[in-house]
Ligand binder design. Structure first.
Ligand code: GLA
Length: 378
């Protein structure tokens, strides 16, 4: 087990590659994280999801697929570590993974030892094919114990889809992060479902070293990738903005799911926004919750807020409706501040900075969002 005080950041192979993952793509993606400057900003976990394994165990041990990972996992871990990156790997609490490869059920100890020996830094632990009558929570706890005993610091990322209220117990099982829903896909409705509709109520459960995980980012996929995630259409840039800002505000792990070797300029700029990333990684580690809903003409805008270090406040304003360019008021009192406080208000994406005395109203387009950083001025 490892205490990861800030939400983990990096890349995960599932959204773009699904079962078509292999060593070459992983290494190229790692290079892309370095070349784009994303690694420098903190995106350092390179997480290989399902389908890295061979079809069968060898001598009771998990084994990589020799066709797709010819150099093997320990060599891959070495390569990543030499570049200052980290390796994430995937297994499952059942006897088979969701993709039908060998899972860790009944092999928890040897698998945890194997991951430690190979130099793995993060384990995503899935929840498919649990034997009938078995208590899944106990299986998650068992792997947590084995990882803790393995002698290596391995971030434990639980993926039981929010079935058994993992926010109540996952941290006690040694997990640093836990999925709160089924899989995200590259559509606005899915972002609303896994993110907007759940994260506020779950905010009190998260904090330094224990994070709600609304799944990987779909920013920049534009409908391209693993057919289980991408429908050929994808989201608008405004929707990707809302998605990313919500994940930053709620201290969700930032795991890029797009093909980082081919990120479009807009998506790269968004994912690299230093102010948004700093909100996500803020040392206080307090996730935002929804502090207001504004109804107008049957459509809704939402205001989310969280305290930041240094007495600052981060505010997200989201236009959930289809009407273009609406103005959403944010009153200081709704943020828990005295109405007479004077703030310097910085628009993190727009770049402007302003001194405001009582409140502010923000213009946001359909499905778009703004992030404000408020700092009290004497
Ligand atoms: C499940 C998980 C996904 C992904 C796949 C891999 O569906 O929820 O995130 O890991 O399995 O098979």
């Amino acid at each position: 087990m490892v205490m990861q005080n800030r939400p983990p950041m990096g890349w995960n192979s599932w959204n773009s590659f699904g079962p078509e993952i292999g060593e070459a793509i992983v290494k190229e993606s790692a290079e892309a994280l370095l070349d784009t400057g994303l690694a420098e900003l903190g995106y350092r976990y390179v997480n290989v999801d399902d389908f890295w394994q061979s079809e069968k165990r060898i001598d009771g041990r998990l084994r990589w697929d020799d066709q797709t990972f010819p150099s093997g996992i320990p060599a891959l871990a070495d390569t990543l570590h030499r570049k200052g990156l980290k390796l994430g790997l995937y297994s499952c609490a059942g006897p088979m993974t969701c993709g039908g490869r060998p899972g860790s059920y009944g092999h928890e100890r040897i698998d945890a030892e194997t991951f430690a020996e190979w130099g793995v830094d993060l384990l995503k632990y899935d929840y498919c094919h649990l034997p009938p009558g078995v208590d899944g929570r106990r299986l998650c706890e068992r792997m947590g114990r084995e990882l803790a005993a393995s002698g290596r610091s391995i971030v434990y990322s639980l993926c039981e889809w929010g079935r058994g209220d993992p926010w109540e117990w996952a941290a006690y099982a040694g997990a640093t992060m836990w999925r709160i829903s089924g899989d995200i896909d590259d559509r606005w409705e899915s972002i609303v479902d896994v993110g907007f509709s759940r994260l506020s109520e779950l905010a009190p459960y998260a904090g330094r070293g224990r994070w709600n995980d609304p799944d990987t980012l779909v920013v920049g996929m534009h409908g391209v990738g693993n057919r289980e995630v991408a429908d050929g259409v994808g989201c608008t840039d405004a929707e990707y903005r809302s998605h990313f800002l919500l994940w930053c505000l709620t201290a969700a792990p930032l795991l890029i799911g797009a093909d980082v070797r081919n990120l479009d300029e807009q998506s790269l700029t968004l994912l690299s926004n230093p102010a948004a990333v700093a909100v996500n990684q803020d040392p206080l580690g307090v996730p935002a919750r929804r502090i207001g809903r504004v109804e107008h003409g049957g459509e809704t805008a939402e205001v989310w807020a969280r305290p930041l270090s240094g007495g600052r406040t981060a505010v997200g304003v989201f236009n959930m409706g289809l009407n273009a360019g609406r103005r959403v008021p944010v009153a200081w009192e709704s943020l828990g501040w005295d109405a007479r406080t004077t703030f310097s208000v910085r628009d993190a994406l727009g770049g402007g900075e302003d001194i405001r005395r009582s409140d502010v109203s923000v213009a946001v387009g359909s499905h778009d969002a703004a992030l404000l950083i408020l700092e009290p001025v004497d």
